[in-house]
Ligand binder design. Structure first.
Ligand SMILES: C[S@@+](CC[C@H](N)C(=O)[O-])C[C@H]1O[C@@H](n2cnc3c(N)ncnc32)[C@H](O)[C@@H]1O
Length: 332
């Protein structure tokens, strides 16, 4: 088993210089899937011209957006600037989403800074009349950040908005129903909740406690990524809010989780990242799945051909193991 995690590839300039010549996309370019299913654009989510060239007139029924959150692990801008920027890319999403469609946005709340930007984002969304607020979900992380003097921070927020009347299918967890005793009369007969349910398992509801945070022992781990979402979470969104053959968009691709979920679940995906290195990782992850049936590189990495003997001494600062990177994110 290899154990050669990469550092954050957005920050390490030494490694970036080594990797950039191996990236297929440069700013403004679009990769077409040789199978004609998906696309990856090296574009700015807030640039309407670039987004429309990625879409080429097609409309999506689902958008899953995971922008930088304006918190510790990301570049921090003035709150107003961040919200104006967010409004810009959400308006662009509106133009690429079909009249009956869903928009999911992962966002954070900085408890060290008045919980920005989550509430500000929610208030901004009230202006955009095409979107109706539908649910405020929380995914519970396994590892948290906290001291003995505060509640451990283990939450990851996900906002769900809809346009028109989109498809939605209830989802179930792997957790069996164990609680009995919620009785109700149906057709004159007293029934217990297990008899009435559509499944023996519980639904996730809007608090997801059953999803493992990505770390280096999981096959899906992509070393070099600092903000990877678990495939199980993305699969759940996609199966709830889209149907086979639908087009799904994600303009903050990073590790390519949305593209990979779409490929496995029979959806088409147009995805993008502003950074050519994360675009290359996205394409390589799809190729790895298609050629080797693997979800990620576990504790290897996506650039083993370019940096076969990568060791910690080749970088300007020691790399954070994936689990520590995940912990960094728990600051969010
Ligand atoms: C939080 S990460 C997304 C994580 C992703 N959901 C995953 O599971 O791997 C945010 C990504 O957005 C990219 N990004 C930042 N600003 C962008 C912009 N204006 N347009 C497109 N991508 C951007 C960053 O390079 C980073 O890869």
């Amino acid at each position: 088993m290899k154990n050669n995690p990469l550092p954050r590839l957005d920050e390490d300039q030494v490694i970036r210089r080594q990797l950039l010549p191996h990236c297929r996309l440069q700013a403004g370019e679009i990769w077409e899937d040789p199978k004609g299913i998906h696309r990856v654009g090296c574009i700015d989510a807030a640039n309407s011209k670039q987004v429309s060239s990625l879409m080429s007139g097609q409309q999506a029924s689902l958008a899953i957006q995971d922008p930088p959150y304006n918190l510790v692990a990301f570049e921090v801008r003035k709150l107003n600037d961040f919200i104006n920027w967010a409004e810009n890319w959400v308006r662009i999403n509106d133009t690429v989403l079909s009249p009956d469609s869903s928009l999911y946005v992962w966002i954070g709340a900085d408890q060290k800074n008045a919980f920005q930007p989550l509430p500000d984002f929610m208030v901004m969304m009230r202006k955009l009349k095409n979107f109706q607020a539908r649910s405020f979900l929380t995914m519970r992380n396994q590892r948290g950040y906290g001291t003995q003097k505060n509640w451990m921070s283990v939450r990851q927020e996900l906002l769900y908005y809809t346009k028109g009347n989109p498809f939605f299918e209830a989802q179930y967890t792997d957790i069996p129903k164990i609680l009995r005793g919620y009785y109700k009369e149906v057709d004159g007969k007293r029934t217990e909740n297990l008899e009435r349910g559509k499944s023996d398992n519980i639904r996730p509801g809007n608090v997801w406690v059953d999803i493992q945070q990505v770390f280096y022992r999981m096959e899906e781990n992509v070393s070099g990524c600092y903000a990877q979402k678990p495939l199980k979470a993305i699969d759940r969104i996609i199966t709830a809010s889209s149907q086979a053959g639908d087009l799904v968009v994600d303009f903050f691709s990073h590790s390519g989780s949305t593209l990979l979920s779409c490929e496995r679940l029979g959806r088409r995906c147009f995805t993008a990242d502003i950074d050519p290195i994360y675009c290359e990782i996205t394409i390589r992850r799809l190729e790895l799945w298609r050629t080797a049936g693997r979800l990620g590189w576990q504790n290897g990495h996506p650039f083993e051909d370019v940096l076969p003997s990568f060791s910690h001494s080749t970088v300007s600062k020691p790399p954070a193991p994936a689990a520590e990177q995940a912990l960094q994110l728990d600051l969010l």
